[in-house]
Ligand binder design. Structure first.
Ligand code: BDR
Ligand code: CA
Length: 397
């Protein structure tokens, strides 16, 4: 049985009545909200009835900016903090960019705490080629008036999680340095974290090297700490985010909005499209980070499968690759018929063959398959954009 089969079975009426989306609809009077019959017949995620406590760990970054605006426009989320980290551009830029988004959304109630300037053990690699020198595709917003809180990011994460054990989801849309620092500094913390919803990784090739997705590539050791922490991970990787390319039509929809959030997003979106076209990229900017936020907003958006995921940290060419094991997929998969007759499928977690002369390591790293990740395998992109544009323009969905 795959994760889709196991998922909660709710009819549309029950979903509307019980979901966070439905709840939000009723709290906003309902009339501006319309939810169409979903493409996926059942929700693939558990459905919340109260706002989820979240911390957003981010490196804005054009698509991070969209994701922050989407999150701050979403009543399903109770944002306990935003923790910028170095990634797309250095912290000196991601921090003020996050503060700017908070001001634009009128959400200065949310604490913003400065995170790590450099990855755990590597030199920082940035992505100005995709996000421009200022991280916002050259879009200029005023200097932020508000300041970050004094507490560093890792401490904010620890304090908030410890104050609400089992309740806080970490939405990570940048390199995972801050979260790893929080976990490494408190070995009791991991079981208190409800989940990590991560834009990161890929099961189908990378975007900075052929193997690695950018966020995991920048700090693979940190990503490994997170995947091995025991916290349930929802991985919204390139496998699905690649299917969410921005188009000029979407930019024009944002531009038609009088809403300051829609206007700000429109400026970033237009500059991003122009920058990408000038640079000759064959496909438009993907809405990577917003899709990770949206995973918590609409249980019908994506289809997930379970994997044990680990991160390659030592490869000369492949560091940052997310390696996913499952007895239900790949060349060695078995049939459900076989499972029915013989019991639950299992597999060992096998690593690279040991080098000659080494007797100390076995290629079997773990004897049994215990999944640590729900990886998104498919997405209804039109549904995502409807949600995204509706929220940012203040119009619907
Ligand atoms: C991820 O890397 C960054 O460039 C984006 O902001 C996104 O988080 C996509 O690989
Ligand atoms: Ca990002």
């Amino acid at each position: 049985m795959d994760s889709n089969e196991k998922s909660v079975r709710l009819g549309r009426r029950e979903f509307l009545a019980s979901s966070a989306v439905g709840l939000a609809a009723s709290s906003l009077g309902g009339s501006a909200w319309s939810i169409e019959e979903p493409t996926l017949k059942q929700p693939t995620r558990a459905v919340n009835t109260t706002p989820s406590r979240v911390i957003i760990d981010t490196d804005p970054g054009t698509d991070d900016a969209f994701a922050l605006l989407l999150a701050m426009r979403s009543p399903e989320l109770k944002i306990e903090g935003i923790t910028p980290v170095s990634g797309n551009v250095p912290l000196e830029l991601t921090l003020p960019n996050a503060l700017r988004m908070v001001e634009i959304a009128g959400r200065t109630d949310i604490p913003v705490a400065a995170g790590a300037k450099v990855p755990l053990v590597r030199r920082l690699v940035t992505a100005e080629y995709a996000h421009g020198n200022n991280g916002l595709a050259g879009t200029v917003f005023p200097e932020p008036k508000i300041k970050p809180v004094a507490e560093p990011a890792a401490e904010l994460i620890r304090r908030v999680v410890r104050s609400h054990p089992g309740e806080v989801t970490l939405i990570t849309i940048g390199p995972l340095t801050n979260v790893a620092n929080a976990l490494l500094g408190d070995d009791q913390l991991a079981p208190m974290v409800k989940s990590v919803v991560m834009m990161g990784g890929s099961l189908s090739g990378g975007n900075i090297t052929p193997s690695a997705e950018f966020n995991v590539y920048v700090d693979p050791e940190a990503a490994r700490v997170v995947f091995q922490s025991g916290i349930p991970v929802t991985m919204v990787g390139l496998d699905v985010t690649r299917k969410t390319a921005l188009t000029w039509d979407y930019v024009r929809t944002l531009e038609s909005s009088a809403d300051p959030v829609g206007q700000a997003a429109a400026k970033i979106a237009r500059n991003t499209m122009e920058m990408d076209e000038k640079a000759g990229y064959a496909t438009g900017q993907k809405m990577h980070d917003s899709l990770a936020v949206a995973a918590l907003l609409d249980p019908y958006l994506m289809r997930f499968e379970k994997f044990y995921v680990d991160v390659e940290t030592s490869g000369e060419l492949s560091a940052g690759e997310t390696v996913a094991y499952s007895p239900y997929s790949g060349d060695l998969r078995k049939t459900l018929e076989w499972e029915k007759q013989n019991g639950k499928l299992d597999m060992s977690i096998r690593g690279s063959a040991p080098l000659l002369g080494r007797t100390d390591i076995s290629p079997v790293l773990r004897k049994h398959w215990v999944p640590n990740t729900d990886a998104a395998m498919d997405v209804d992109s039109a549904r995502f954009f409807k949600l995204f544009l509706g929220r940012l323009t203040g119009k619907a969905s």
